[in-house]
Design a protein around this ligand. Structure first.
Ligand code: C2E
Ligand code: CA
Ligand code: CA
Length: 652
């Protein structure tokens, strides 16, 4: 019983394997038209040799009927080739094909048998040849549909052989035996072929699945599940092309988290990962279907806002995005973290149609936001375009500058107000470009930092500063400003130490100033570098203190000697109680951490008096002296020596 069922299975469509059915359908699309062509030509040839031999109602009429059915089916198959496969309808189509194959096989075979009774031995031999040959050709054309192929063979061979055996003609019997043997072999080959074909399709499907998975993985950020950088740029390219074709626009956004690194450093990578995942979710929640959110790497995210936003609508979206990220983040360890995000937008076509340019401009808007309004979104405008152009002019001039000739230093005294004596000079860079004239360090230093030129500038200036300091009395220190790139590696630290040693100036007279932003990019690295410097006797000052966003949490982790309170607190200290409170608390903090404090930007005697009453000792600012050239520092020091004793007496 079971064996019969297995045999019956050979004639069924395997509906449990949809991929196989699709592949069978595709193969039939190619082979079935060929089958009908062979059938038509072979049958017509037989009919022609029997014309006039057998009556027309046997030769011509049945054939016309059968060939009409074949022509209809051929038309259908040819039309199917133009259309995509319909997976739902495939099983029914395959079943219909099997049934029709059986029906046509039986009909043509019956027609052939009917013709056998007419004509001479040649004509009969032609019919035998026709039946066997055509059956084999059709079985081959249907090879991908095992059931149809076997059915055709069974329907033709079995009755045909029985009939021929019954005729009692030994030549015919021999031919029938030939056909039987060949059919048996063919059936065996077909069964093997079907098994291999099924296996091949299975492998193909698996391969396609794997390559789909690979493609998906290559385009997805595994941490957040968002599209990754590669996918973002592909989408962006598609968006620019679509916008250009349709003549409309869209907006590119770059999001950068402010204060992510401290969370990662202080709470561990698990916390950092959680923050990034949460960030992804919040960005998606705000944008919904109106945009794409991608993770570009680190704490940087990319946005593509599909609809052409007006400036006001975009500002609202920006506010909503920043607002969403300003809410506290819950950390896996139960704590929470406050993070903010700055966003740069560039809209297409206003900022360009090229994706690289759009990203560059969004990046500039982001940089602008970080420098001027942290925690907010900035849209790239014509004003930025103008700035960017100026900056690129400056960058070009800087690249081609003769640094040793064009760069110089001025020195601003840092005064101990108890003794009235200058204790140090801060070296401040000056650049006079032959083409652009005098350019402020507030302008060219950030450009040099962004373009990687700063280390060369530092090398030139540090040499000049050390030489100047050697001309001052031993009691006067040199305070020199460093950028992030200057302290980014142990090698950089070693270079600084070597330069100081080579200059002959006692390392104890050197103070290096770095901003918090420069130091917290990589706290571990900064700690190592600062330790090396301090181990060699060089002092470290944290510059612009109070302007960073995580100030207090970081000070105790960095090996520091000095804090320089940012001048933004000083300008309003006599009028704004909040500024006074901040300065008071920073002074208390410095005292607790046993750090020396310098207040900079003091412009009036009133400010100096107030700060002195709060306990400030070291001060710097226009009130004491503006930055001056090197030779002026020597006159200045001489003058100070001449007047200092009075001041000391006055204090005493
Ligand atoms: P900074 O390190 O905070 O330097 C102090 C800045 O405040 C200097 O501006 C100085 O001229 C100015 N300043 C001093 N006293 C007063 C005052 O009473 N009122 C006002 N309004 N300003 C005062 P400068 O020379 O334009 O330098 C700007 C910034 O450029 C510096 O800020 C520093 O961040 C950077 N910089 C200057 N020279 C160098 C350098 O050689 N290397 C690096 N990496 N950065 C430098
Ligand atoms: Ca400084
Ligand atoms: Ca400063």
């Amino acid at each position: 019983m079971r064996r019969i069922l297995t045999i019956l299975d050979l004639f069924r469509v395997d509906t449990s394997n949809p991929d196989l059915m699709q592949a069978q359908m595709r193969a039939l699309h190619n082979h079935v038209p060929l089958l009908y062509l062979i059938l038509a030509i072979n049958s017509t040839a037989v009919a022609v040799t029997h014309l006039g031999v057998a009556p027309n109602w046997i030769t011509v009429y049945p054939l016309v009927g059968l060939l009409s059915v074949c022509a209809l089916r051929l038309g259908l198959w040819l039309r199917r080739r133009q259309r995509p496969l319909d997976a739902q309808a495939t099983p029914a189509k395959l079943r219909a094909t099997i049934a029709l194959a059986g029906l046509l096989a039986a009909s043509f075979m019956a027609w052939g048998v009917a013709l056998l009774r007419y004509g001479d031995a040649y004509a009969q031999a032609h019919v035998l040849f026709y039946v066997g040959n055509t059956m084999i050709a059709c079985a081959f054309c249907l090879a991908h549909l095992r059931a149809a192929s076997l059915l055709v063979m069974a329907i033709v061979v079995v009755p045909f052989c029985l009939y021929v055996g019954y005729l009692d003609n030994h030549v015919m019997r021999a031919i029938a035996l030939n056909l039987l043997v060949v059919s048996g072999a063919l059936a065996f080959v077909l069964l093997t072929y079907h098994r291999d074909f099924t296996r091949l399709i299975g492998q193909q499907v698996e391969l396609e699945r794997l390559s789909r998975d690979n493609l998906r993985l290559a385009n997805i950020d595994t941490l957040t599940g968002l599209p990754n950088r590669r996918s973002f740029f592909t989408s962006l390219e598609a968006a620019t092309q679509a916008a250009e074709a349709r003549g409309d626009g869209f907006v590119v956004g770059l999001v950068d988290l402010d204060g992510f690194k401290p969370v990662n450093d202080a709470h561990g990578h698990g916390a950092g990962d959680a923050v990034l995942q949460e960030t992804a979710g919040r960005l998606q929640a705000v944008l919904g279907d109106s945009g794409v959110v991608a993770r570009l790497g680190g704490d940087e995210f990319g946005l593509i806002l599909s609809s052409a936003h007006g400036a006001t609508a975009l500002a609202k979206t920006g506010e909503a995005l920043c607002g969403a990220l300003a809410a506290p983040f819950r950390l896996p360890n139960g704590g929470s973290a406050q993070i903010a995000a700055s966003i740069g937008f560039a809209s297409c076509p206003e900022a360009g149609y090229k994706s690289a340019i759009l990203v560059e401009r969004a990046d500039y808007a982001l940089y602008y936001a970080k420098a001027n309004s942290r925690g907010s979104a900035v849209l790239f405008t014509e004003e930025h375009e103008r700035l960017l152009r100026t900056q690129s002019v400056i960058e070009q001039a800087l690249r081609h500058a003769d640094l040793a000739r064009e760069m110089s230093l001025v020195y601003q005294p840092i005064v101990d107000v108890r003794s009235g004596r200058t204790i140090a000079f801060e070296a401040l860079a000056r650049w006079k470009s032959p083409e652009l004239g005098q350019i402020s360090p507030a302008v060219f230093v950030p450009i040099a930092e962004r373009s990687g030129l700063i280390t060369r500038i530092t090398a030139v200036l540090f040499g000049q500063a050390l030489a100047a300091a050697r001309a001052w009395p031993d009691s006067i220190a040199l305070s020199f400003n460093l950028s992030m790139a200057d302290i980014a590696s142990p090698q950089a630290a070693a270079n600084i130490v070597a330069t100081v040693k080579a200059s002959g100036l006692a390392p104890g007279r050197v103070v290096l100033e770095a901003t918090e932003t420069a130091l917290i990019q990589d706290v571990d690295q900064a700690q190592k570098v600062l330790r090396t410097l301090r181990a060699n006797g060089i002092a470290i000052a944290l510059d612009d203190f109070g302007t960073g966003y995580s100030s207090l949490s970081y000070v105790h982790r960095l090996p520091l000697d000095k804090l320089k309170i940012d001048r933004s607190f000083i300008s309003e200290i006599t009028t704004d109680p909040a500024s006074r409170d901040i300065v008071t608390s920073i002074l208390a903090l410095a005292r607790n951490l046993k750090l020396c404090c310098v207040v900079e930007g003091i412009e009036t005697a009133e400010q100096a008096r107030l700060l002195e009453s709060l306990g400030c000792v070291q001060m710097q600012g226009y009130h004491f002296h503006r930055p001056m050239g090197f030779s002026d520092t020597l006159d200045y020091l001489d003058a100070e020596v001449a007047r200092a004793p009075h001041r000391v007496q006055a204090v005493a």
